[in-house]
Design a protein around this ligand. Sequence first.
Ligand code: GLU
Length: 490
Amino acid sequence: MSKVRTRYAPSPTGKMHVGNLRSALYEFLIAKHAGGDFMLRIEDTDQERFVEGATDIIYRTLDSAGLKHDEGPDKDGGFGPYIQSERMKSGIYMEYAKKLVERGEAYYCFCDKERLDSLKTEIVEGKEIMMYDKHCLSLSKEEVEAKLASGIPFVIRQNIPNEGTTTFHDELYGDISVENAELDDMVLIKSDGYPTYNFANVVDDHTMNITHVVRGNEYLSSAPKYQRLYDAFGWDSPVYIHLPLITDENHKKLSKRSGHASFEDLIAQGFLTDAVVNYIALLGWSPEDNREIFTLNELIWEFDYHRISKSPAVFDIVKLKWMNGEYLKAMDFDKFYEMALPYLRKSITKDYDLKKIAAMVKTRIEIFPDIADHIDFFECVPDYDSSMYAHKKMKTTPETSLEVLRELLPILEEQDDYSNDALYETLSKYVADKGCKNGYVMWPVRTAVSGKQMTPGGATEIMEVLGKEESLARLRAAVAKLDAGQESSL
Ligand code: GLU
């Protein structure tokens, strides 16, 4: 068995979409699972689609996702160059195209735009495809040579017979046969001398010893033409794995509009790289058990490409958020604090102990931007309604709350130690003296110091962060508010 070699072969045309990253990840995992090599090849022969800076995004994304390539433009492994526009300089694509011409599997075509525009088109998978009528196939060798010598622009086309069928194999979809008559004589070498993406892809996968190819199933319709090229050269084709589409919650293709179609968008929204990679691994693949949380190393160990599913994968942002939350819970506190700090600072300008606040929210948020909603009350108490003091289970009402807060105020004014433990002791003692339930006291105190029904910490934890002065100010304001409420209802 030859060494497993996979490649991620992006065209630098923009951001790295979730689907691209999934292909890269699966290619990486297949190689690493088998102790093989993962290669990066830049497919930049389509100069019109080239986007400045897109290659940098590819490097950045692979690097931050931990998908280290063993070979690539920046890491020679003996199969270079790894950028197609550079490979082209050696004449490799033209050389192979000419081999096909010699074998009658390809031919020169000199038709101009006008003639091509006049040809019939067919709708294939919603796209208008021109079916070339093999006009130039009938040119004699001499005619071709004369046209070449006189410098008439040309392309080289694949020669696909009108009869018969072509069968190719995909790991997920099995054997697929198509009528040759449905396949157009696609261009292999364009008039600018560049190979088409499809042709360069085949030549490179073969000459770079690629064993497994993972890509989106939008390429499935080109696969028979690839197969014919492999057969024409007498090469074995790599194992093909065409992945099902990734859809949004409405089963529509994941698009830019959904706002989370690209890796960089997700990171900008506050998702963790590890969680995104973990989640993407599960978009079409599942392990034997129901396990969902995997580090990259665990994925390498577990990843069996035979378990990739061909049903469409739904990108579920709610699930990704949940997963992100699991990563935050498991994260080492110091690292969490460092990453949370910019978000904490955005919400809090006062001189509070941000570490304590971070500890309170760590297990409660799913993504960092959630922090704001949890901690806004530290900065100032929101405008809340006195009815919040009424809690059935705690058996509290605005009236009982007013009584409790009034009684507690002088006790808390006396106290200097505002640590969580000391405050808790004080309140517990008060509870015991009063002979009531904990919540009967804790609920009004927490409401008074936060103005919120849900807070990341208990009453005394919050007071510890606020400190004596601010805690008392909030308790007094609450008493005044409840007092005013009672008077107005008299
Ligand atoms: N260059 C193609 C793309 O960016 C890669 C297709 C393939 O992996 O074969 O979509």
